[in-house]
Design a protein around this ligand. Structure first.
Ligand SMILES: Nc1ncnc2c1ncn2[C@@H]1O[C@H](COP(=O)(O)OP(=O)(O)OP(=O)(O)O)[C@@H](O)[C@H]1O
Ligand SMILES: [Mg+2]
Length: 263
């Protein structure tokens, strides 16, 4: 059975003083006078916490992540990332195709202000090792599989040395087995680095497989509709009964959200 505890959030999530990410009454409207995409989002993520953000297509998940990454500004409310800029990883690896895997990571290290070519090379090799891609420094993206490219993208995100890692459906384009392996790797990295992770997905099982907390967004406008604390111990597998049971419960809520908005 699941050991998960469902909590009705209403509009406020517990806000701790030392949150890694804190959103307060965040609203986002893209056009003057247009309907808000996000409305009244109160959400805080603790340091080292793994939160999965779940919601129907178009409900504003990427918009929310972009606000946390400071790529866009809220129309109302505040977004606070006390440790500074968060690292962001996308669905497609978004690697520079003309640069090798190592050079892509090297670029992130240079942007971070790391001088010393040899020192950067050592750090890039260490990061590639961390994502189990030892020896791939000189490989160009087209020479790598989709899963390997996402590993490089993850290493590049880690090169930013942020305390917060934002992931926007990073494994959605991968086959189930590769995704499974990367889930394991991600949990291992999360446990060793102590990063706070905000992981966006519309795959309910993926959210339950990974998150300590699953936050469900409603659509039009995107609001925090529900959240679940997932107390199932790691390592979890998507096939685990506890994961499946909670996924069924969350899917029911997601379906209700989708039907409420005619999607
Ligand atoms: N720059 C923009 N200008 C205008 N509208 C936008 C912009 N970015 C997003 N939107 C709109 O905001 C809504 C939410 O988009 P968003 O990309 O955040 O959804 P999402 O939940 O990430 O969807 P998906 O699961 O399909 O990736 C959509 O209706 C989209 O058309
Ligand atoms: Mg999106």
């Amino acid at each position: 059975m699941t050991a998960a505890v469902e909590t009705e959030t209403g509009s406020t999530t517990t806000v701790s003083a030392e949150a890694a990410v804190r959103l307060t009454k965040v609203t986002k409207t893209f056009r003057d006078g247009g309907a808000p995409v996000l409305e009244g989002i109160d959400l805080s993520v603790a340091p080292g916490e793994f939160v999965c953000l779940l919601g129907a297509s178009g409900c504003g998940k990427s918009t929310l992540l972009n606000l946390i990454a400071d790529l866009d500004k809220p129309s109302g409310g505040t977004v606070d990332v006390p440790s500074g800029r968060a690292a962001l990883m996308f669905q497609e690896s978004a690697l520079f195709p003309w640069l090798s895997a190592g050079a892509n990571i090297d670029l992130a290290l240079r942007l971070r202000g790391r001088s010393g070519k040899r020192e950067r090379r050592t750090e890039a090799e260490r990061l590639l090792d961390l994502v189990r891609l030892r020896g791939a420094y000189d490989k160009r993206p087209h020479q790598l599989s989709g899963g390997m490219r996402q590993r490089v993208a993850l290493a590049r995100a880690l090169a930013q040395d942020s305390k917060v890692l934002l992931m926007d459906e990073p494994f959605a384009a991968l086959d189930a087995i590769t995704r499974d392996v990367l889930h394991e790797e991600l949990i291992r990295l999360w446990e060793t680095t102590g990063l706070a992770v905000v992981f966006v997905t519309h795959n309910v099982r993926e959210a339950v497989r990974l998150g300590q907390r699953v936050v469900l967004l409603s659509s039009r406008p995107g609001r925090v509709a529900h959240e679940w604390h997932v107390d199932i111990p790691q390592p979890r597998r998507v096939e685990d009964k506890a994961v499946a049971d909670l996924s069924v419960e969350i899917t029911d809520h997601l379906r209700q959200e989708i039907s409420r908005h005619g999607r």
